[in-house]
Write a protein that binds this ligand. Sequence first.
Ligand code: SF4
Length: 241
Amino acid sequence: MLEIFSSIQGEGLLIGWRQIFIRLAHCNLCCNYCDTPVRPQDTCRVETAPGAGSFFGLANPVSLEVLSTLVADWLTRLPGGHHSISITGGEPLIQDRLLREWLPVLRGLLPVHLETNGTLPEAFKPLAAHVDWVSMDIKLTSQTGVPTPWLEHERFLALAASRDCCVKAVVGEDTPMEEIFQAAELVRRIAPRAPLILQPRTLGGRVPMTAASLLRLQEQAARVHPRVRVIPQTHTFMGLL
Ligand code: SF4
């Protein structure tokens, strides 16, 4: 585990809710724009109190008992303050065995939100029943620099559709319309109730994309799948973790 902290969700369907974030190490992808540390560490950074912004180190691997005691303590310190637990990464589903043990216990404390790149359907299958919300990505080649794993995304979305789920695609000025059509078509076909969230890429705390380009992508995607929303990464603007 890399870190545990309390903050406001800055992306996607649960934007604005305060969550306890549990960040796991490792990722199976290598996106061009990735700014998330994913390498395993000897110690996990733990916020000294919810929202304190200061941290102490806990030796890895952190046991479920220690983790659940910490979360329960934060819930006591801040009654009603947290909406859910966000399991994030890296790619959390790489540690699916660990999550099989953790999620039922954590979900006994707060509902669980899973943030994933949407490429590991087999790992997700046994965990689906222990997750309340799924935020999955469609990794577009124009932004990641690697071919979009369309088949894996489709198989993942078919499973995620059984939960409250949204699909996020990071877009930029150079995102071709065909990619957006393909992403929108996939969501419409496999999970018609799920919103497709276009997230303009953030660079140095700014969205360098023009409003006209964003609107054009939204219009074209909405022709295929009417549930299209445009939401940038808001936590970066607010100086939140
Ligand atoms: S999937 Fe996420 S964590 Fe993994 S490389 Fe891409 S942006 Fe980084």
